[in-house]
Design a protein around this ligand. Sequence first.
Ligand code: SER
Ligand code: ZN
Length: 523
Amino acid sequence: MRYHLKFSFIIRGKLPATAKSLIDQWLTELQALLEKGIKKKDLPEISRVTKWSVVSRSEKEDELQFTMTSGGILPPHHALLRMRKFFSQKLGREFRLGISGIVIKSYKIDVDIPRRPMKEFSLPFVSSIKFSDTSATVTLQKNIPIDFIEKGAIDRLVKLVRNKVIEEMIRGKDEHHLVIWSSPKKEIRCTDNPTELMIKEGWIQRTGYRNQWIFGPQITALAEALKQIMIEHLYKPLSFKNMIFPKVVPWDIWKRSGHLSGIYQGGFEPYFVCTPKTADPEFWEEIADYYRITLEVEPEKIMEKLRPPIGGLSFAQCPPFWIYLQGKTIADDSFPIFVYDWSGPTYRYESGAAHGFERVDELHRIETLYIGFPEQIKTIAQKLRLRFRKILGEILDLEFQEAWVTPWWTSQEGVADTEEEQVTLQTFDRVGTIDFEVYMPYRGMRETSHWLETQNVSIIGQKYPKSFTVKSQSGKEVWSGCGGGSFERYISAFVAQKGTKVDAWPSKVLKYIDKLPEGPKFL
Ligand code: SER
Ligand code: ZN
């Protein structure tokens, strides 16, 4: 790492000729201050002023120009903030002069990187980046404001340069996926594509919008049965309470959840939400009139009347819950907090062609959420895992497996993880995600086909309580975890193995369905 900063203090007044020798002394004094608390071996790495001069700005103002360089420790943008304080005091005491501003003239940073990236990149606030095999020389744009430094943006920028190179290296590799448990094999009664089967039966119908579906009464009854199964076999015995989570998510939530770091980078593809510039009827009248005459809308015209997005539609379902606990200190005996939500759909802008009922833009998910002390979270995660195992394997009678996978939040944040540890995870005792994947006979052989992720269970650790500042009364660490399973996926998986002939469905499921309701006959 090498930093090279040129900047000036603007002096409100003129420096006397005697100032020069004093400033030399002050700089020695400043250096001693900066060196305080630094290990001896690190001293050559810290910031030091290598050049300085006084330049007249006008009749009334002088400029103190500095060049400051460093290695990887106490870089100039940190030293500069201390130097401002130091010089303000000195100039005030000695000459009754003040610093009225700081101008960043140029900032060049050699960032150590593990290799030259295949695809070179540029970044906001940066005028150029030159790559070699071991470093990226970043030149910042001129005149970056001082609050950019004060808010820690330079450090994040440097980290981002390195992370982008590392992420490119990791992206080439597959996400981690390790099968840790498999159900017994089940007799296969169906080898058809479940989406096509359900369309044929009239149970589901595609709308005109992307991959969106209408659940007919038949499939809705199956979804309701699934809810009842979840309540009876999971939520009631484990004391989970039903809640209703918001489904519009303002930016602040995605800042805290980390999602914004990965926006449209391969894991987080939200729908955006815009509000009108005003609800004034006059403002909208022309749109209404246009429609009344042409019977058409002009989306572009509407766009002009909208504010930029306030955020988007719920994507991962649990993040907007966290406002409920944000900034709170919670009584120790209120933990663990166990809740679930299925109050509405969540949205993802799925790229590529239609994916059938198995991968939809508008998905109806059962989200299970648990917050508590680390041991409580580990215990509940394992209990949930065993209960989901029972629901999938014994009640729905499906053939499935459990896999230890790249956690959903790291893939949604766009930070790939490198863990490739061999685990069996008899008990779920660490941060990470287990996916429940169902064999889909229509996709091919068990060994070579892709199984459908239908449910996950995660231990997320401190991440959410920390970023939403949730504390426990005793100050003990608070963890969280969550699990999601979509109705679309459960139903697709079930129909893929069991077909649409209700007589052939397991009696443990039929217990929850009196009689499959009929839809209209379409002629
Ligand atoms: N929030 C988790 C996810 O998005 C579980 O639903 O996968
Ligand atoms: Zn979640």
